[in-house]
Design a protein around this ligand. Sequence first.
Ligand code: ZN
Length: 276
Amino acid sequence: MSKGDKAQDRRGGRRRDRGGVPDRLRRAPASYGDRSNRVVYVACEGSKTEPDYVSLLNKTYGRDKNFWLKYCYPGHTNGLDPVETVEQVLMEAGPGDEKWALFDRDADDNRDRKIPDAMRLAADEGVQAALSHPSFELWLLLHFQHWTGQEHGHDEKVKDRLRRHKDAKGFKDYDKASGDRGKGLNDERGKALLGREAAAVRNARKLVKACPSGRCSADRIEKIAPLPADGTEKYAEWTARTGHAPGCDPLKRDPSTDVWRLLVGLGLGTEEDGGR
Ligand SMILES: [Zn+2]
Protein backbone atom coordinates (compact mmCIF):
# COMPACT_ATOMS: atom_id res chain seq x y z
CA MET A 1 0.00 0.00 0.00
CA SER A 2 1.43 3.41 -0.96
CA LYS A 3 1.82 6.20 1.55
CA GLY A 4 -1.05 8.08 -0.09
CA ASP A 5 -3.25 5.02 0.05
CA LYS A 6 -2.47 4.59 3.73
CA ALA A 7 -3.41 8.17 4.45
CA GLN A 8 -6.58 7.73 2.46
CA ASP A 9 -7.29 4.50 4.32
CA ARG A 10 -6.89 6.22 7.67
CA ARG A 11 -9.21 8.99 6.65
CA GLY A 12 -11.70 6.49 5.31
CA GLY A 13 -11.16 4.29 8.34
CA ARG A 14 -12.29 7.02 10.61
CA ARG A 15 -15.57 7.23 8.85
CA ARG A 16 -16.01 3.47 8.90
CA ASP A 17 -14.94 3.15 12.53
CA ARG A 18 -17.56 5.62 13.53
CA GLY A 19 -20.24 4.09 11.41
CA GLY A 20 -21.79 2.33 14.38
CA VAL A 21 -21.68 5.31 16.71
CA PRO A 22 -25.12 6.62 17.59
CA ASP A 23 -25.80 10.18 16.45
CA ARG A 24 -26.01 11.50 19.97
CA LEU A 25 -22.41 10.38 20.58
CA ARG A 26 -21.02 12.02 17.50
CA ARG A 27 -19.07 15.19 17.79
CA ALA A 28 -21.33 18.14 17.19
CA PRO A 29 -19.07 20.75 15.56
CA ALA A 30 -20.89 23.74 17.02
CA SER A 31 -21.06 22.32 20.53
CA TYR A 32 -17.62 23.40 21.60
CA GLY A 33 -16.09 25.15 18.63
CA ASP A 34 -16.43 28.53 20.31
CA ARG A 35 -14.78 27.35 23.50
CA SER A 36 -11.41 26.38 22.21
CA ASN A 37 -9.46 25.31 19.19
CA ARG A 38 -7.83 22.48 21.07
CA VAL A 39 -10.11 19.50 21.65
CA VAL A 40 -8.79 16.59 23.66
CA TYR A 41 -10.87 13.40 23.67
CA VAL A 42 -11.00 11.68 27.05
CA ALA A 43 -12.54 8.31 27.89
CA CYS A 44 -12.75 7.16 31.49
CA GLU A 45 -13.24 3.83 33.13
CA GLY A 46 -15.31 5.30 35.94
CA SER A 47 -18.68 6.77 35.17
CA LYS A 48 -18.94 9.41 37.88
CA THR A 49 -15.78 10.74 39.54
CA GLU A 50 -13.61 10.99 36.43
CA PRO A 51 -16.28 12.58 34.18
CA ASP A 52 -17.00 15.08 36.96
CA TYR A 53 -13.28 15.84 37.17
CA VAL A 54 -13.07 16.35 33.39
CA SER A 55 -16.02 18.72 33.61
CA LEU A 56 -14.42 20.58 36.51
CA LEU A 57 -11.23 21.16 34.50
CA ASN A 58 -13.23 22.39 31.52
CA LYS A 59 -15.32 24.78 33.55
CA THR A 60 -12.44 26.14 35.57
CA TYR A 61 -9.51 26.28 33.17
CA GLY A 62 -10.74 25.46 29.66
CA ARG A 63 -11.25 29.01 28.47
CA ASP A 64 -8.04 30.48 29.90
CA LYS A 65 -5.88 27.59 28.84
CA ASN A 66 -7.57 27.15 25.49
CA PHE A 67 -8.63 23.52 25.73
CA TRP A 68 -11.83 21.53 25.73
CA LEU A 69 -11.82 18.00 27.10
CA LYS A 70 -14.42 16.06 25.18
CA TYR A 71 -15.66 13.32 27.47
CA CYS A 72 -16.41 10.19 25.47
CA TYR A 73 -19.60 8.99 27.09
CA PRO A 74 -20.18 5.26 26.51
CA GLY A 75 -23.95 5.58 26.47
CA HIS A 76 -24.47 3.95 29.86
CA THR A 77 -23.32 4.50 33.43
CA ASN A 78 -21.91 1.06 34.21
CA GLY A 79 -18.28 1.99 33.77
CA LEU A 80 -15.83 0.35 31.38
CA ASP A 81 -12.89 -1.98 31.71
CA PRO A 82 -9.43 -0.66 30.72
CA VAL A 83 -9.51 -2.10 27.20
CA GLU A 84 -13.04 -0.82 26.63
CA THR A 85 -11.89 2.61 27.81
CA VAL A 86 -9.25 2.77 25.09
CA GLU A 87 -11.76 1.48 22.56
CA GLN A 88 -14.27 4.12 23.63
CA VAL A 89 -11.95 7.02 22.85
CA LEU A 90 -10.99 5.41 19.55
CA MET A 91 -14.62 5.11 18.60
CA GLU A 92 -15.26 8.83 19.06
CA ALA A 93 -12.00 10.41 17.98
CA GLY A 94 -10.20 10.25 14.68
CA PRO A 95 -6.54 9.44 13.92
CA GLY A 96 -5.41 13.06 14.11
CA ASP A 97 -7.22 13.88 17.36
CA GLU A 98 -5.62 13.99 20.80
CA LYS A 99 -6.82 11.00 22.77
CA TRP A 100 -6.54 10.00 26.42
CA ALA A 101 -7.84 6.98 28.31
CA LEU A 102 -8.07 7.04 32.11
CA PHE A 103 -8.26 3.71 33.92
CA ASP A 104 -7.31 2.05 37.21
CA ARG A 105 -5.36 -0.95 38.42
CA ASP A 106 -8.22 -2.00 40.70
CA ALA A 107 -7.28 -5.57 41.68
CA ASP A 108 -10.84 -6.34 42.73
CA ASP A 109 -11.83 -6.57 39.09
CA ASN A 110 -9.11 -9.05 38.17
CA ARG A 111 -7.27 -6.82 35.75
CA ASP A 112 -4.07 -8.77 35.39
CA ARG A 113 -4.60 -9.18 31.67
CA LYS A 114 -6.75 -6.13 30.93
CA ILE A 115 -4.19 -3.53 32.04
CA PRO A 116 -1.29 -4.70 29.84
CA ASP A 117 -3.69 -5.26 26.94
CA ALA A 118 -5.10 -1.75 27.33
CA MET A 119 -1.59 -0.26 27.47
CA ARG A 120 -0.55 -2.09 24.29
CA LEU A 121 -3.70 -1.10 22.44
CA ALA A 122 -3.29 2.52 23.51
CA ALA A 123 0.34 2.58 22.34
CA ASP A 124 -0.54 0.94 19.02
CA GLU A 125 -3.39 3.34 18.34
CA GLY A 126 -1.82 6.61 19.44
CA VAL A 127 -3.76 7.01 22.67
CA GLN A 128 -2.22 8.43 25.85
CA ALA A 129 -3.01 6.23 28.83
CA ALA A 130 -3.36 7.53 32.37
CA LEU A 131 -3.17 4.51 34.64
CA SER A 132 -3.89 5.06 38.33
CA HIS A 133 -2.69 2.39 40.73
CA PRO A 134 -4.70 1.51 42.76
CA SER A 135 -7.34 3.99 41.52
CA PHE A 136 -8.20 7.52 40.41
CA GLU A 137 -8.81 8.44 44.06
CA LEU A 138 -5.04 8.37 44.57
CA TRP A 139 -4.82 11.32 42.16
CA LEU A 140 -7.41 13.18 44.24
CA LEU A 141 -5.57 12.44 47.48
CA LEU A 142 -2.28 13.73 46.04
CA HIS A 143 -3.86 17.20 45.89
CA PHE A 144 -3.81 17.22 49.68
CA GLN A 145 -0.80 15.13 50.65
CA HIS A 146 1.85 12.75 49.40
CA TRP A 147 1.05 9.05 49.64
CA THR A 148 3.36 6.08 49.25
CA GLY A 149 1.29 3.28 50.80
CA GLN A 150 1.10 0.17 48.67
CA GLU A 151 -2.30 -1.45 48.54
CA HIS A 152 -1.65 -3.98 45.78
CA GLY A 153 -4.51 -2.71 43.70
CA HIS A 154 -7.00 -2.07 46.51
CA ASP A 155 -7.89 1.50 47.37
CA GLU A 156 -9.76 1.43 50.66
CA LYS A 157 -6.90 3.12 52.55
CA VAL A 158 -6.55 5.84 49.93
CA LYS A 159 -10.25 6.59 50.06
CA ASP A 160 -10.29 6.47 53.83
CA ARG A 161 -7.43 8.97 54.01
CA LEU A 162 -9.24 11.21 51.52
CA ARG A 163 -12.36 11.12 53.66
CA ARG A 164 -10.44 12.08 56.77
CA HIS A 165 -8.06 14.73 55.40
CA LYS A 166 -8.87 18.08 56.99
CA ASP A 167 -8.42 20.03 53.75
CA ALA A 168 -10.45 17.63 51.64
CA LYS A 169 -13.66 19.50 52.28
CA GLY A 170 -16.77 17.59 51.33
CA PHE A 171 -15.03 14.23 50.96
CA LYS A 172 -16.09 12.98 54.37
CA ASP A 173 -18.81 10.79 52.86
CA TYR A 174 -17.04 10.07 49.57
CA ASP A 175 -18.19 6.74 48.12
CA LYS A 176 -20.43 6.26 51.17
CA ALA A 177 -23.32 8.59 50.43
CA SER A 178 -25.88 7.54 47.86
CA GLY A 179 -26.57 8.89 44.38
CA ASP A 180 -24.53 11.72 42.85
CA ARG A 181 -23.21 12.61 46.24
CA GLY A 182 -21.41 9.26 46.53
CA LYS A 183 -18.61 9.65 44.01
CA GLY A 184 -19.41 13.03 42.50
CA LEU A 185 -17.04 16.00 42.54
CA ASN A 186 -19.48 18.85 42.30
CA ASP A 187 -19.68 21.71 44.74
CA GLU A 188 -17.51 21.51 47.82
CA ARG A 189 -15.32 18.63 46.69
CA GLY A 190 -14.42 20.25 43.40
CA LYS A 191 -13.61 23.52 45.14
CA ALA A 192 -11.33 21.73 47.59
CA LEU A 193 -9.30 20.26 44.71
CA LEU A 194 -8.95 23.47 42.71
CA GLY A 195 -5.75 25.43 43.15
CA ARG A 196 -3.87 22.38 44.39
CA GLU A 197 -2.95 20.98 40.98
CA ALA A 198 0.74 21.83 41.27
CA ALA A 199 1.00 19.87 44.53
CA ALA A 200 -0.75 16.89 42.97
CA VAL A 201 1.57 16.99 39.95
CA ARG A 202 4.64 17.24 42.20
CA ASN A 203 3.50 14.31 44.33
CA ALA A 204 2.64 12.17 41.31
CA ARG A 205 6.07 12.88 39.78
CA LYS A 206 7.70 11.78 43.03
CA LEU A 207 5.85 8.48 42.78
CA VAL A 208 7.39 7.79 39.37
CA LYS A 209 10.82 8.12 40.96
CA ALA A 210 9.72 5.87 43.83
CA CYS A 211 8.44 3.22 41.40
CA PRO A 212 9.33 -0.26 42.72
CA SER A 213 11.25 -1.02 39.50
CA GLY A 214 13.94 1.41 40.78
CA ARG A 215 14.65 2.60 37.22
CA CYS A 216 11.90 5.14 36.66
CA SER A 217 11.91 8.94 36.91
CA ALA A 218 9.86 11.81 35.56
CA ASP A 219 12.57 14.36 36.38
CA ARG A 220 13.51 14.99 32.76
CA ILE A 221 9.96 15.22 31.51
CA GLU A 222 9.07 18.88 31.20
CA LYS A 223 6.58 19.08 28.39
CA ILE A 224 3.85 16.60 27.60
CA ALA A 225 3.61 16.68 23.84
CA PRO A 226 0.74 15.13 21.91
CA LEU A 227 1.47 11.74 20.37
CA PRO A 228 2.25 11.49 16.67
CA ALA A 229 -1.04 11.48 14.81
CA ASP A 230 -0.38 8.21 13.05
CA GLY A 231 0.04 6.12 16.21
CA THR A 232 3.25 4.59 14.95
CA GLU A 233 5.30 5.11 18.09
CA LYS A 234 6.92 1.98 19.50
CA TYR A 235 5.77 0.75 22.89
CA ALA A 236 9.12 1.62 24.52
CA GLU A 237 8.99 5.22 23.25
CA TRP A 238 5.37 5.53 24.25
CA THR A 239 6.22 4.22 27.75
CA ALA A 240 9.18 6.59 28.07
CA ARG A 241 6.72 9.50 27.94
CA THR A 242 5.44 8.42 31.36
CA GLY A 243 8.90 8.40 32.97
CA HIS A 244 8.64 4.66 33.52
CA ALA A 245 11.58 2.62 32.28
CA PRO A 246 11.28 0.15 29.42
CA GLY A 247 10.09 -3.10 30.90
CA CYS A 248 8.56 -1.51 34.02
CA ASP A 249 5.48 -3.63 34.61
CA PRO A 250 2.37 -1.40 34.87
CA LEU A 251 0.83 -3.84 37.36
CA LYS A 252 3.73 -3.18 39.74
CA ARG A 253 3.66 0.64 39.67
CA ASP A 254 2.23 0.65 43.15
CA PRO A 255 1.24 3.36 43.94
CA SER A 256 1.25 5.66 40.93
CA THR A 257 -0.95 7.78 38.72
CA ASP A 258 -0.31 9.20 35.26
CA VAL A 259 -3.07 11.78 35.48
CA TRP A 260 -0.42 14.46 36.17
CA ARG A 261 0.65 14.10 32.53
CA LEU A 262 -2.78 15.05 31.27
CA LEU A 263 -2.72 18.21 33.41
CA VAL A 264 0.79 19.25 32.44
CA GLY A 265 -0.14 18.60 28.81
CA LEU A 266 -2.95 21.13 29.25
CA GLY A 267 -0.64 23.68 30.89
CA LEU A 268 -1.95 23.05 34.41
CA GLY A 269 -0.05 22.36 37.61
CA THR A 270 3.22 23.74 36.26
CA GLU A 271 5.46 26.51 37.55
CA GLU A 272 4.52 28.71 34.58
CA ASP A 273 0.94 28.21 35.64
CA GLY A 274 1.75 30.16 38.80
CA GLY A 275 2.27 27.07 40.91
CA ARG A 276 -1.36 26.09 40.93
ZN1 ZN B 1 8.07 2.33 36.77
